[in-house]
Design a protein around this ligand. Structure first.
Ligand SMILES: C[S@@+](CC[C@H](N)C(=O)[O-])C[C@H]1O[C@@H](n2cnc3c(N)ncnc32)[C@H](O)[C@@H]1O
Length: 233
């Protein structure tokens, strides 16, 4: 259940929450998949893969999804982790009645969790909505809540993919978006004290071309996928 939080101004996504899925609708996006959960499933698969490549078993990890929004990733991914929690500054984005531990952030730059309390933190399509000094402040907060040896995974739109840029340009919730490339993200999280360990680009093959799913692994290092994942320690 979402707990009450202190806010100085209305968080941006409280304006979008009542029609969020309609606002994301885009003909190019639905060419890729008609099922909005498809994109979250791909991310859960990717997260599982990159943690296992580091010799980590998600089943023994406590996971926090920062900027979890409506919690779809948490709902799909919670089963592979020992524990899962989410937070977001926009209280109305958080689903009512969820049995996942969901918390309203007290501010855009503060996470309502103790130091070193999480083994794994994700932020999915959050940082392109965070601007200026707040980016470094949020990155430092993530570093603060990570346990020693813990991992952080950033998943972001890839500004080097022209289809992604087109979708973002048309999307009403992205009016303020400032996309960050993977090299910019590596610099950001290094400056917050983390060590980037792997970058993988994904979303090359549309869902209907299942036979081509294998190319995702082949092209993971090519910086042209629709999105990328950056794993930091
Ligand atoms: C595009 S939505 C993505 C939601 C979710 N991560 C997903 O992939 O479906 C961006 C989310 O980031 C949240 N957000 C914006 N600024 C934030 C900040 N400073 N800290 C945490 N979350 C933030 C918004 O409230 C919104 O729910």
């Amino acid at each position: 259940m979402a707990d009450a939080g202190r806010q100085n101004a209305e968080p941006e996504f409280d304006r979008y929450s009542s029609s969020y899925s309609d606002l994301l609708a885009d003909p190019m996006r639905s060419q890729f998949s008609n099922d909005p959960l498809y994109f979250h499933r791909k991310k859960v698969e990717l997260i599982d893969l990159i943690l296992r490549r580091q010799g980590k078993n998600p089943g023994s990890m406590k996971w926090l999804d920062v900027g979890c929004g409506q919690g779809d990733l948490l709902t799909l991914g919670r089963g592979i982790f020992a524990e899962a929690a989410g937070c977001d500054p926009a209280s109305t984005m958080l689903p009512e009645g969820s049995d996942i531990a969901l918390h309203v952030q007290p501010s855009l730059e503060e996470l309502p969790f103790a130091d070193q309390s999480m083994d794994f933190v994700t932020a999915v399509c959050v940082f392109h909505h965070v601007h200026g000094a707040a980016r470094v402040a949020l990155a430092r907060e993530i570093q603060r809540v990570l346990a020693p040896g813990g991992y952080f995974c950033l998943i972001e739109h890839n500004p080097w993919n022209p289809v992604t840029r087109g979708i973002v340009k048309r999307c009403p919730v992205d009016v303020d978006a400032e996309l960050l490339s993977a090299p910019e993200a590596r610099t950001l999280f290094s400056s917050a004290g983390m060590v980037p360990v792997e970058t993988r680009y994904f979303l090359y093959a549309p869902e209907k071309l299942k036979r081509l799913a294998f190319i995702e692994g082949w092209l993971a290092r090519l910086p042209l996928g629709g999105q990328y994942a950056l794993l930091c320690q």
